[in-house]
Design a protein around this ligand. Structure first.
Ligand SMILES: CC(C)(COP(=O)(O)OP(=O)(O)OC[C@H]1O[C@@H](n2cnc3c(N)ncnc32)[C@H](O)[C@@H]1OP(=O)(O)O)[C@@H](O)C(=O)NCCC(=O)NCCS
Length: 169
């Protein structure tokens, strides 16, 4: 039985280990550490099997605007599940819990970078992100609008926390 809850003090090494194992390099694990050190983490969700951490998702602060008006936006990343536990629905449980939390906190949009095949199932699309200028613009840059009354802007901007600069090239 998988439980999802916010990261607790002392779990930083466990978060690092999950991402270092899930991804090919430790770049994402270091991103999680840097976001935390910079104070840009809005939510760090742990997935646990009993006492054992098996997955983690970080939601971080973004600076976004739509047609010049500030937009309350957050970014998912990294999200990782221990390789021996992938494909069991743990990533989906983390995604759903994060979206529910952001909706409850009044966020208007969540952005992320990743496979449209995977994130499309949670309602993310590249179309929703397309009006927002970003160094990551393209098919992997996706958004989910949480406010049903949101009108697609003609222009906008969505800037990740500084820790993500390591991924720009
Ligand atoms: C991506 C990840 C977080 C998903 O977590 P998970 O617990 O394995 O996912 P779930 O069990 O909820 O969902 C499994 C589904 O996701 C699909 N999936 C997993 N990784 C995927 C990827 N990188 N691209 C597309 N689909 C992917 C599986 O094919 C499976 O599809 P199905 O339901 O149609 O069979 C996890 O596989 C992971 O940590 N991968 C390595 C790190 C990574 O790539 N993180 C995301 C970066 S954008």
């Amino acid at each position: 039985m998988i439980a999802v809850r916010p990261e607790r003090p002392g779990e930083q090494d466990g978060v690092f280990a999950i991402h270092a194992a899930a991804f090919e390099t430790d770049l994402e694990a270091r991103l999680a550490d840097r976001l935390r050190a910079d104070g840009d983490v809005l939510l760090s969700l742990m997935a646990l099997d009993g006492d054992e951490p098996v997955g983690n998702l970080i939601l971080s602060l973004m600076h976004a605007q739509a047609e010049g008006e500030p937009l309350k936006a957050a970014a998912i990343g990294p999200i990782g599940v221990r390789p021996d536990r992938q494909g069991e629905g743990i990533g989906s449980a983390l995604m759903r819990a994060c979206i529910e939390w952001a909706r409850g906190e009044g966020f208007a949009a969540i952005f992320l970078l990743g496979s449209p095949d995977y994130y499309g199932r949670f309602g993310f699309s590249a179309e929703a992100a397309a009006p927002f200028a970003s160094p990551y613009a393209g098919p992997y840059f996706q958004a989910l609008m949480l406010d049903d009354t949101f009108v697609v802007p003609k222009s906008g901007r969505a800037d990740y926390a500084p820790a993500f600069a390591a991924f720009e090239d």
